[in-house]
Design a binder for this molecule. Sequence first.
Ligand SMILES: C[S@@+](CC[C@H](N)C(=O)[O-])C[C@H]1O[C@@H](n2cnc3c(N)ncnc32)[C@H](O)[C@@H]1O
Length: 274
Amino acid sequence: MKPYVLDNLADETVDRFRALETCYDGATRDFLRQTGVESGWRCLEIGAGGGSVGLWLSETVGPGGGVTVTDIEDIRLDSALADRANVSFVRHDIVNDALPEAEFDLIHARLVLILLPERLEVLRKLVRALRPGGWLVLEDFDCGWTPVLMTPNEGDAALYETVHARFLAAMTDSGADVLWARKSFAAFVAAGLTEIASSTFGMAWRGGSVGASLHRANTSQLADQIVGGDVTREMLERFWRLLDDPAFAVGSYPLVSVRGRRPLVSVPSDRSSR
Ligand SMILES: C[S@@+](CC[C@H](N)C(=O)[O-])C[C@H]1O[C@@H](n2cnc3c(N)ncnc32)[C@H](O)[C@@H]1O
C-alpha cells in the first residue's frame, strides 16, 4: 500500500476538512437518509477525517445504536465524537486490517476508496462486513469534470487547468484513481449488491469561497510535486491568487454517491472475477 499523500498531520488538513464538511455534508446526509438509517442501527464510518459524518450518524442512531469510526490517523477528529457514548474510534487501515463479518447495518466511506489502489478488494471486504440487508454507501469525487465558469483575465482558465492537471497527476502517482467515482456503480453491481442507486452533487465555487479553499489546501500540501514540468512556482502562486479572486469561479468536484444493499439470502460474490 502506498502512503496517503494528503496525510492528516499537515497543517492544510484543517482547511481541507472544513471545506469538505461545509460543501458536502448536506448532500451526504441526504443520501444516507435514503437508506432509512435510524435509531438502533450499527454503523461503520471509514476514513472519518474530521468526523462530522460520524457525529451525525451517532446522533441519528441514538443510544440504542452504535458507530464505529475509523481512520489511519485520528489527529484531526472532532473532539465532540470522544464524548459520545455510542461512538468507538478505532485506528484502522481499511486495506490491511481485518473487519468483522456480517456486523453492520450501514457502512459509509467518503473520499477514501478513490485514494486506494486496492479499492475493489476493499469494496468486497466492506460487503462481507455488512449484515444481510445492510447498506454500503460510498462517495467519491469524479475529478474529470471541473469546468471553469468565470475568470477575471484571459488565460486564467488555461492556468487553472494546467495546475489542476498537475495536482491530479500527483494524486494518480500516489495510487488514486481520480475517475473511480464513475466506475463505482458498476463495481457495486459486480459485488452482488442489490437496490443500487446513485446521485451526483455539485456546485459552483467562487474565488474566496470555502470550496475554492479546498484547491488551495490540496495544492499547497503537494506544491513540491506540482512544481516542475509545465508548472512553475510563479504559476502556482498565480493559481492561488485566482482561488482568492471573486471574479473567478469553477465547478466543484462532483460528489458521486452510490448505495447498495447486501442481499438478505446469499453472500454476494464478485462476478467480475469469474
Ligand atoms: C480526503 S479525506 C476524507 C475525510 C472524510 N471522509 C470526509 O469526507 O470529510 C480521506 C481520509 O481517509 C483516510 N484514509 C486514507 N487511507 C486510509 C486507509 N487505508 N484506511 C482508513 N482510512 C484511510 C485519511 O486519513 C483521511 O482522513
